[in-house]
Design a protein around this ligand. Sequence first.
Ligand code: G6Q
Length: 545
Amino acid sequence: MTPLNIPEWQSLERHYSDIKYLSMREEFALDSGRFNRFTVRCEDLLLDYSKNRITKETMQKLVALANSVDMSGWIERMFSGEAINNTEGRAVLHTALRNRSNTPVMVDGEDVMPAVNAVLEQMKKFCNQIHSGEWSGFSGKKITDIVNIGIGGSDLGPAMICDALEPYGVEGMGVHFVSNVDGTDLSTALEKLDPETTLFVVASKTFTTQETLTNAESARAWFLKSGSQQDVAKHFVAVSTNAAAVAEFGIDTDNMFEIWDWVGGRYSLWSAIGLPIALYVGMENFERLLDGAHTMDNHFRNKPFKENIPVIMGLLGVWYVNFFGSQTQAIVPYDHSLARFPNHMQQLDMESNGKVTNRDGKRISYKTGPVIWGTPGTNGQHAYFQLIHQGTQLIPVDFVLPVNSHYPEVDHQSILLANGLAQSEALMKGKNAEEVRAELVKEGFEGEALEALLPHKVFTGNRPSNTLLFARLSPEMLGKLVALYEHKVFVQGIIWNINSFDQWGVELGKQLAKAILPDLKDDSEISIHDSSTTSLIKLIRELRL
Ligand code: G6Q
């Protein structure tokens, strides 16, 4: 099935030709109710999508498109544990990990909730033991630092959440994330740490990932310079599906936290992959995060599409990618603690929807996932915002705006918020030639000098953005936000008829690196590669110290 043949898609194509020049500025001037019309809430989270190139009719047509692909049916299939990850034959159940209502969720005839709850209990017990000092390091000292060793989905989500929830951190507890196989990452983390008070969480769903296992082995070697082999059990725990590999690595499987193959890596922060979060902010706050995500799950599952935040954001994304030809999407949090939020979203979105083959194995001829990027405001304003305002590409922006800071003693918040709002207003309104002229005259310009400068200062405007506004970045709100984007990605995957839950592109890199590794040894015969790769291997051998 290609969406291009769906009548609702074709109707959107015609509609696009009719309204592609629609001016948002004029629409705002004509319709004082535009904000109310294009605003939705999930409890205390508000989405203002009024600054988009849409009319009421656009939204009706986008919702009709969602209905035409049986979006509700697909949502139910995901929540109810059907194997919608068709290339791996797996269910997709990150929603079960935060199913706080505890209703049964069946996979292959078995309710997964008892296992989910058992691991949550295990995490709770472990966090209590660490925080109370009942579980101490080998010399009897309290654990003060957690080092998570993992990569991709086993790193980005938990790292982003720990940054964002820093104000909720348990006193005296530090958390560190080591992901890169570049030895610099591990070495710089270990420099500051004391083996007597450090706990390593080796997080790997498969427990076969080269980077993670290499880092874990080096961390163990570092530890063994102070502790003994039998002390390893007190300082290394694992999160994985693969008990055999965990045992083989030398971690006691009693100290292993289980995850399941129906949890995708980039969707796994809600599982025991979130253990560093729970250790850092406490289990109670981790559960608040789950609560928030569950609220968003219920919203997504139950709200009609015209009031459904993930559906609306997903459809708007399709509108820009497939009709306006946008190739990228910026996510800009006006909250410094969300610095890693765009990185996590990058993996979530690009690994899920960066696909060129549809669910039926056919190559597709329309655009799918955009490039996701961004950094916190206001920093981005002084860097790449130039291109968003005046460049040749149409780049939709999501502004994420918490009204209150966790650090009110330094009251910069009004300036921060004013900047965020100013950006979305400026992108929408722009500045026309008339306005620029008046401004230049006021500044004393005239004649040729004025005419020469004028075109450079014109902003076409009409550049779309969403604003997500909320009172404060609590654990619940963070849970809602992340779940919202997970579901947005899902909505788009369904429209594009792709499987958002596999990642064969990632697998290829893993395979090839393993094949090249032996070639880097000086005395080995280089296996067959292209001439570029072979020459680079030879050069590396020469240059190596
Ligand atoms: C995520 C991807 C990928 C994965 C890492 C780590 O969805 O599959 O980023 O999380 O490759 O894998 P392991 O957890 O198995 O080490």
